[in-house]
Design a protein around this ligand. Structure first.
Ligand code: DAS
Length: 352
């Protein structure tokens, strides 16, 4: 393996070592790389982006990582990037970097569930596997990947599924697209389509999107406070195939919210695409579409929120926003078709 690899460290458990009161992110990128035995043949550049718990990662971090990837791919043709990151928000930051677009450059996120120095710590093995995948010719043009526990996942599909198990990352409904075997990457599936959003034209951190989860009997009173709290958009994590209780749908809160800002509906199921043409009851997927809610398709609520932040930060038009959800959501594969309203994006005053 002689490809040039940038290892960009962003904190998390993989960078954590025990302290008097518990583990804290402290290891820099060079510490992580130095730990790898047999890494001498690699041409690794190590950089520390941050030493944070990933619960503190923001969309500004995602944009900064994306910018560094682009810079690296311009200055290092044929090079690859491995991002070490906390697992708590890895699925969001990796998805954001993928959505912003990395071209053919292999970009692999990895991390750890057990901090450095603990029994069975998984960081070193995960980093080594991530580097093997990133430097494999098979990783080119795959988009951003997450390599964890010797499985290879697409950033567009992966999510953390367990609070502590080292096999925490899964791609529900899809599965991993490859694996690492005796240190070698095996890619067995490739993404059929990849999409990008436009680069942000305003700081992504200035864009707040509310994420509201709905349960049985919910009357949606929380929705009334979203605009006043300064949010620019909202994702509602609904039920089943993309449904909401009829009492919530009948409330003024939802109608006012849809008038004020883009509102996306996703499902709490965690796998599968939202329905579009099946049910007709109040609060059904067809009813919500008529009321102007945007269907998240195969995106879970967490990824839908990331996409909505990036789209609002790119100051796109409403038609572009709907089209982006149709593409990333998997229900408009050719980029054509109707994208609904095409006017200015409706955003609350002060959010434009
Ligand atoms: N849960 C820790 C991790 O797995 C902390 C974090 O996400 O930063 O990395």
């Amino acid at each position: 393996m002689t490809a040039r690899v940038l290892v960009l460290a962003c904190g998390g458990t993989i960078s954590s070592t025990p302290g008097p009161n518990g583990a804290m992110p402290q290891l820099e990128a060079h510490d992580l790389v130095d730990e790898l035995r047999g890494g001498a043949s690699l041409r690794v550049t190590s950089e520390t982006h941050s030493l944070i718990a990933s619960s503190d990662a923001t969309m500004a971090d995602a944009v900064a990582i994306w910018q560094r990837v682009r810079q690296w791919s311009h200055t290092t043709p044929g090079g690859a990037v491995v991002v070490t990151h906390g697992t708590d928000t890895m699925e969001e930051i990796a998805f954001a970097v993928e959505a912003l677009g990395v071209g053919p450059t292999p970009v692999v996120f990895t991390g750890a569930m057990r901090y450095a120095g603990s029994l069975g710590a998984d960081g070193g093995a995960n980093l080594r596997s991530a580097i093997s995948v990133a430097t494999s010719p098979e990783a080119a043009d795959m988009g951003v990947l997450v390599v964890f526990n010797d499985e290879i996942h697409l950033a567009t599909r992966v999510r953390k599924s367990h609070t502590s198990n080292v096999a925490t990352f899964v791609s529900p409904g899809f599965g991993p697209i490859g694996y690492v075997h005796e240190g070698q990457a095996r890619v067995v599936l490739r993404p059929a389509l990849r999409f990008n959003v436009a680069a942000p034209t305003r700081p992504a951190d200035e864009v707040s999107v509310a994420l509201i989860s709905v349960g049985a009997g919910d009357d949606g009173r929380l929705l009334r406070y979203v605009e006043a709290a300064g949010y620019a958009g909202a994702v509602i994590e609904g039920l089943g195939g993309g449904h909401l209780p009829s009492r919530l749908v009948a409330s003024d809160g939802l109608a006012e919210l849809v008038t004020a800002m883009p509102v996306v509906v996703a499902s709490r199921c965690g796998a599968g695409e939202l329905l579009q043409h099946t049910y007709a009851f109040p609060g059904s997927e067809q009813d919500l579409a008529r009321r102007g809610l945007i269907n998240a398709g195969v995106l879970d609520a967490t990824k839908a929120r990331v996409l909505l932040v990036l789209l609002i930060a790119s100051q796109c038009r409403e038609g572009q926003l709907r089209s982006a959800f149709a593409r990333f959501g998997g229900y408009e594969q050719d980029g054509g078709g109707s994208v609904g309203r095409s006017g200015e994006l409706r955003l609350p005053a002060g959010q434009r």
